[in-house]
Design a protein around this ligand. Structure first.
Ligand SMILES: N[C@@H](CCC(=O)N[C@@H](CS)C(=O)NCC(=O)O)C(=O)O
Length: 215
């Protein structure tokens, strides 16, 4: 059994989500915390029962660490954050702030941005979710115009997650929000993000080579 956390992702994905597959969130957290980790894969095409046993929706990422197996990128991030103060402070106030913003990133921001973005991708001429999306982005712009970090007065896993939600190109291109744009640029210029993103891109590039070899 591996002595270090294992991040599970797909063995290959098409070009489009590369650099955005959510295993990146976990890779990034490990890089920020200096946590040694392995990356292993499940097939993208032909998802089997073993995959569904670990991730009931057949998605990635999921994480294994000794006897622990967990899915949902937010849950995995909070699990990793308990291993390192670099990701989440240990005082009650700081930890509470991290928890609320992690959930807000997923349940208030990504909950609006992903359906809006997916509806846009269908080519729908009228996106009925635009008002909702604008409202959520507008509120985040106000918050980010007033503070540098979301929680505990410093970088935490809450910023990692919120920046990952907000960095989606279609979302960034929608409207003019200078504080949000500056925030996304600042958080995603962190060496840990760049290292994690490059590792994901290299992982899928290696998969392309394998597939080409296999013919
Ligand atoms: N709420 C899940 C979403 C996971 C998710 O959407 N994963 C994508 C890759 S980034 C996936 O596996 N998509 C394939 C599918 O939904 O079948 C999480 O945050 O872990």
């Amino acid at each position: 059994m591996s002595q270090q956390p294992v991040i599970w992702t797909y063995d290959w994905v098409p070009e489009m989500p590369r650099g955005f597959v959510r295993d990146l969130r976990l890779r990034w957290a490990c890089e920020e915390a200096g946590l040694a980790h392995d990356v292993r894969t499940v097939p993208f095409e032909g998802r089997g029962p073993e995959h569904f046993a670990r991730q009931p929706f057949g998605q990635v990422p999921f994480l294994t660490d000794g006897d622990v197996t967990l899915f949902e990128s937010g849950a995995c991030l909070l699990y990793l954050a308990r291993k390192s103060e670099a990701l989440m402070p240990r005082d009650a106030v700081g930890e509470a702030e991290v928890l609320e913003w992690v959930v807000a990133a997923l349940n208030s921001m990504e909950m609006a941005s992903v359906p809006w973005w997916f509806l846009n991708m269908t080519g729908a001429t009228e996106n009925g979710l635009t008002g909702w999306m604008d409202s959520r982005l507008g509120h985040m712009e106000t918050v980010l115009g007033q503070r540098e970090w979301l929680a505990a007065g410093r970088f935490t896993v809450a910023d990692l997650l919120m920046a990952d939600v907000l960095r989606v190109p279609t979302v960034r291109a929608h409207g003019d929000r200078p504080a949000t744009e500056a925030y996304v640029k600042r958080i995603t210029s962190r060496p840990a993000f760049l290292k994690a993103r490059d590792a994901q891109l290299a992982h899928f590039a290696a998969a392309d080579k394998q597939r080409a070899k296999a013919g």
